[in-house]
Design a binder for this molecule. Sequence first.
Ligand code: SAH
Length: 256
Amino acid sequence: MRIDVLSIFPEMVEAFASAGLLGKGRRNGLVEVRVHDLRSVTTDAHRSVDDAPFGGGAGMVLMAEPIFATVEAVDPPRPLLALGPGGRRFDQAMARELVATGGFSLLCGRYEGIDHRVHTNLIDGEVSIGDYVLAGGEVAAMVIMEAVGRLVPGVMGNANSAEDESFSDGLLEYPQYTRPATLRDLAVPEVLLSGDHGRVARWRRAQSLLRTAQNRPDLWHARGGLGPEEQRLLAEFGLVLPASMGAAAGGEPAHS
Ligand code: SAH
């Protein structure tokens, strides 16, 4: 996996990509991250990368030329995706799509944004990490690098850990506990200490269903509610869904 990042703050991205799971993946040769400074292609004394917007208005705009010149100089892997609040919303499904590309690039905007000719004539798409406005694309690039990097085979120690985590099957993950079994009078659910692997798996599935129904009605309705097997699972552990979410699979919520 190769990820190239184009930014006017390369040291931010480089520092981030050197730590933790991603840093380890790089040192092990599983992920290659190359960070390119958009200022390195500038020719003026101030190494300018921005200018005032045509038509007037507040703020500055990242100029197109340093971005075109950097792309020509380094030939970053495609797709080349710009970060921006107007792009396709990043999610776990997109992280899986990106890991399957084998290589892609991220262009970080700054100021009021990027000269639109970069959007129309250079990049392959735009990605947003959520409906809020950041001061620059670097944090968004870090989010994407981290979410994709941990899916690269071999980066996470346990190959199974990506399989049953949140969003992998349209559900949130079940609650996790570790030692001690009792902490300040708070006990771990007894099923987890039972040694009954089948029962543990059923409990986890039931908890995933409950958490998703409680916290993420959007995910819950997208997967089409509850099948008869899942109803039995919840009943086994005495779990009760929020009132509007007990509908059968494919059915509409009873009340909305
Ligand atoms: N004026 C723009 C916002 C510019 S914010 C607008 O109203 O749409 C400056 C830079 O931060 C953007 O070019 C983009 O690269 C980055 N950025 C801001 N919010 C983002 C988000 N939600 N997702 C990804 N990148 C974002």
